[in-house]
Design a protein around this ligand. Structure first.
Ligand SMILES: [Zn+2]
Length: 595
């Protein structure tokens, strides 16, 4: 790792923060013995295979094999580099981070920090202008007209970009921001003639787009006059990527996890209306269809998606575009079509909460809607050509469903509806699988248990993580050198190193010293297993030591016997005698050690 932050700082943060506080905002956890269990946010998980051990501050998924400590979880979940995880968790723990970094890292870090600070300033500038008595009036009036409440203005940090050429540009200069930075964030633009800059957003209602930890990444802006396009967003920048950010996620993330459902809409004001009416588990896409990256972000919180779309032809077509990614990721996608010319905002304000909720409760599975559209209500009376073309559309989709049971149910239903033999559909599907296999190989499953590692070696490692007090006995047995698995040996050696230094097994410290993912996986999986009682552990420890020693003797004996036989063949009497003596002493050793 290029950044050098003192080990002490990292450990201080790890000690002060509970891993449950880091994980549970995003994963519903239930206590199970010493561990907490939940559905894994990193793979389609049906039975809770995601385990968190609060005592050792580790997590491990027994389904897909990911694991780590609080930093590992934060990095993976929020998709941020180590340093950002460290900084954010450090902030939560109240630990100051002093770092010595390489020049280049320092620069990158510094420019990231400056970019966030500049966006933050701009956000404040817009927000303050919305409150300004005369200048902000036009925007306040618009919000009032649309029924947006004061709490939403505060909660979503809504703002107003005043109708001036360089209000923000000048403000940023006064605050000491570099124009180059503001330019790269798309806040200002260079003047077409002469020198200097002017504001990108003028006389617009501003919607700051926040990241999951509350940083201002970019802005969406709605025109309040007829200058330029109705909606204008920040351009792609080092902070803002419209395809991988979602509007409102910052406020919705907790609710999405709690309700295990996310509602996806298209507009900023639609999103705000949903939150105002209690549908706080909603997010909005930013002028694009739902992208693969956005789906990936959302599926860390839930696998139940509900799309709100316009009921016209274009809206239906747009909704179907999400079907393939939903199906192959095992996401349950449902859809509600609103009456033509209406959007979630107008419906909510017209109907009120209850009728809207009813509408949502009646959401239909997207795949069913698609089938209906392809086959019509009277599937069986279709012409042969129509049936064939419908099947060509539908079968590739069914082919993407990873869950075999679910796939079977769909084949059955489809056969019934089209009036075709199920067997025929299965054959077609098998052909399709063969043809598409080369192109769309499924991600390789990570083996959850390294089956090549001897169980007694894993067991010893697990016991010593749980009962460091048994480490002296383990060291005395000298058994480590007889381990046959390199991975377990390195993992245990690391545990012993930390124990020697700290007189305890601080697992997050052990993990921080590892780079090999195999070793990290082993350590996290062992730390999240069912625990032994002290008595069980002592018995298992002795038992495992004996087994490993015995195996060690056996393999040395096999080797010796082979060499003796070889010496005999080559008629090397002296060597043969020496080897015999060696064998004798090995047998003696075995007797004393394994009595
Ligand atoms: Zn998993």
């Amino acid at each position: 790792m290029a950044q050098r932050i003192s080990e002490k700082t990292i450990q201080e943060i790890a000690e002060r923060i509970s891993i449950l506080d880091v994980v549970s905002p995003y994963v519903q956890l239930k206590q199970a013995g010493n561990n907490h269990k939940g559905l894994c946010p990193f793979h389609p998980d049906k039975n809770p295979s995601f385990v968190v051990n609060p005592e050792r501050k580790t997590f491990h998924c027994f389904g897909c094999g990911v694991g780590g400590d609080i930093f590992g979880f934060f990095m993976k979940f929020h998709n941020v580099p180590f340093l950002e995880a460290l900084r954010e968790l450090g902030r939560q723990a109240g630990v100051r981070i002093e770092q010595q970094s390489s020049e280049r890292d320092l620069q990158r870090e510094e420019s990231q920090r400056q970019a966030l600070a500049a966006n933050q300033l701009a956000c404040r500038f817009y927000h303050d202008h919305l409150a300004e008595k005369t200048r902000g009036e036009i925007a306040r009036r618009y919000l009032q007209q649309r029924g947006v409440q004061a709490e939403s203005i505060a909660g979503f940090l809504l703002g107003y970009a005043p109708d001036s050429w360089d209000g923000l540009a000048q403000f940023l200069v006064r605050k000491g921001e570099s124009p180059a930075m503001a330019l790269s964030l798309g806040l200002i633009l260079p003047r077409k003639s002469g020198t200097g800059f002017y504001d990108r957003f003028r006389n617009r209602l501003m919607f700051p787009i926040l990241g999951t930890t509350g940083q201002v990444l970019g802005f969406g802006a709605r025109a309040l006059d007829d200058q330029g396009p109705k909606y204008l967003n920040s351009p792609e920048s080092p902070l803002y990527h419209k395809g991988s950010n979602l509007y409102g996620l910052h406020l919705a993330q907790k609710s999405i996890r709690e309700r295990d459902l996310v509602i996806v809409v298209e507009g900023y004001l639609d999103l705000i209306a949903l939150h105002e009416f209690g549908f706080s588990h909603s997010v909005a896409v930013l002028g694009t269809a739902l992208t693969a990256e956005q789906i990936q972000i959302l599926q860390r919180y839930t696998r139940n998606f509900l799309l709100l779309f316009d009921g016209d032809d274009a809206g239906r077509k747009a909704s179907f575009r999400n079907l393939p990614s939903f199906l192959e990721r095992g996401i349950s996608g449902r859809v509600v079509y609103l009456p033509e010319q209406e959007d979630p905002d107008s419906c909510l304000r017209k109907w009120g909460r209850e009728p809207f909720q009813k509408r949502i409760d009646g959401a239909l599975p997207l795949l069913d809607v698609f089938l209906d559209q392809q086959l019509g209500d009277t599937g069986k009376s279709l012409t042969v050509e129509r049936k064939a073309s419908a099947l060509r559309e539908v079968l590739p989709l069914i082919n993407r469903i990873p869950d075999r049971l679910e796939q079977n149910l769909h084949i059955k239903a489809l056969a019934e509806r089209v009036g075709i033999e199920e067997l025929f559909l299965r054959e077609e599907l098998a052909d399709l699988t063969k043809r598409t296999k080369a192109g769309t190989a499924l991600p390789k499953r990570i083996p959850t248990e390294e089956t090549r590692e001897p169980p007694e070696e894993r067991m010893l490692c697990q016991i010593l993580i749980q009962y460091p007090v048994l480490i002296p006995r383990f060291v005395e047995s000298n058994v480590l050198e007889s381990f046959s698995s390199h991975t377990v040996r390195v993992a245990l050696a690391a545990i012993l190193d930390v124990y020697r230094e700290e007189d305890a097994v601080n697992l997050s410290r052990v993990l921080s010293l590892q780079t090999d993912p195999k070793i990290i996986r082993l350590l996290t999986s062992l730390s999240c297993r069912e625990e032994f009682t002290r008595e069980e552990a002592t018995v298992a420890l002795e038992d495992s030591i004996r087994r490993i020693l015995r195996k060690g003797f056996q393999s040395r004996m096999i080797l010796l016997n082979r060499r003796i036989a070889e010496a005999e063949r080559n008629q090397q009497g002296d060597l043969q005698n020496r080897l015999f003596q060696e064998k004798q002493s090995l047998l003696e050793q075995e007797k004393t050690l394994l009595r």
